[in-house]
Design a protein around this ligand. Structure first.
Ligand code: GRF
Length: 197
């Protein structure tokens, strides 16, 4: 049975595009929705160009009421009946209630070698720490931020002269390779960790 995949984004959606473009041919899944908490997210247009249904629920009018924002977002998600939810540059922290609905079938890409540097500013923190390598991780989403079981990782060297932007670009290229491969495995029932580099 082909798995139905909904993707949540907040920005340009480069990871979303690599996921959508990978779900062709004998891939065990198909994209059914791309949704965003920002109606102006650049990724929405890219999804529409690819014929994927889109939805946007602006989180700002809801202020600190995450549950109310999520209730509105869930209307679109549940209408799409996804088997798998992929967070791809989705920058809102989800409530434990929301996560519980999709536990075991929700993935996220994070731009660090988890468990190192959970949260934000991962590249600046790796540089400040004097690390020799950085990378990205795909993990299952659980109630603890950036803490769920890791399904894949890719490493990149930190080079002399790197700043957070140059490092972010190098890591993003690996994100675009890692996430589609992990999704394909996950949709086939394979939860073993994939190490790309
Ligand atoms: C990526 O680096 C992702 O790891 C992080 O946000 C960035 C989003 O990029 N969470 P995009 O929107 O997929 O281009």
């Amino acid at each position: 049975m082909t798995k139905r995949v909904a993707i949540l984004i907040s920005g340009g959606g480069s990871n979303m595009v690599t996921l959508v473009d990978s779900m062709v041919g004998d891939h065990p899944a198909r994209p059914v929705l791309v949704a965003s908490n920002d109606p102006n997210a650049g990724g929405l247009a890219k999804a529409a160009e690819r014929g994927i249904p889109t939805a946007a629920v602006d989180h700002k009018p809801f202020g600190k009421d995450r549950a109310a924002f999520e209730a509105e977002l869930l209307k679109h998600i549940e209408a799409a009946e996804p088997d798998i939810l992929c967070l791809a540059g989705f920058m809102r922290i989800l409530t434990p209630d929301f996560i519980a609905r999709f536990e075991g079938r929700m993935l996220n890409i994070h731009p660090s070698l988890l468990p190192k540097y959970k949260g934000l500013h991962t590249h600046a923190r790796a540089l400040e720490a004097g690390d020799s390598e950085a990378g990205c991780s795909v993990h299952e989403v659980t109630a603890e931020l950036d803490d769920g079981p890791i399904l894949g990782q890719a490493r990149v060297p930190i080079l002399d002269g790197d700043d957070p932007d140059t490092l972010a670009q190098r890591v993003l290229r690996q994100e675009h390779l890692l996430y589609p491969q992990v999704l394909r495995r996950f949709a086939s029932g394979n939860r073993d960790i994939l190490h790309l580099t």
